[in-house]
Design a protein around this ligand. Sequence first.
Ligand SMILES: [Zn+2]
Length: 249
Amino acid sequence: MAEDYFLVDAHAHLNELADLPKSLQEAKEAGVCGIVAVGMDVESNKKVLQITKENSEFVYPALGYHPWLIREEEIETNLSFVRDHAKEGVALGEIGLDYKIKVKKELQWKVFGEFLDIAIESDKPVIVHCRYSHRRAFDMLRERKIKRAVFHWYSGPLRLLDEILKVGYLISATPALAYSPPHLEAIKRAPIERILLETDTPVSNQGREARPKDVRVSLDEVSRLKGLDPSLVSEQTTENASRFFKIRF
Ligand SMILES: [Zn+2]
């Protein structure tokens, strides 16, 4: 029964949902007790703060700058907005590096670095997106001695995963576990104490758009992979989220 669970969706793009009230209601009914809404640029950061104001006690904001949306002429505007509002969030994200896109690496490194500096100044954890850039992202976190980081939807090399885990960072599990072997291998390898559950709403999984209630799919997949009872996985991952974001869900 849903009320047996207290789940946290640690990564959702709620600002992209046309059916937000319905999605939040369904999430509550599925046992979700908290959602971290991540921003990707100035517009979505503003929207994320608005949504969290209207749904405080349930939705928590993270302000970010997704590498996909970096535009040279908008960097300063977003950075100054985030500097002004970082304290209102529970984390900085979604931020990171993506080497499969056209945005220049130099620009991505600059933005990611600036956000890591804001994370240090505001004492917030970071939610990191990586594609073909895991090593560089990890090195940048370590250079700045970042203490709290989660590698969202980790599907990178397993050898690097060992280093990520060794320094105390987390990875997050998405419903893609049902069909993505690299993601599945990573979650298999990470101890349950280092895993957060998420949905990356509204990403499409095999033709179906995710919603925060689908954190139940992440829960079921992690439980199956680990051979653990879902209620135990629910309890542990929510505890992980509370510790990571420094809030009580
Ligand atoms: Zn995302």
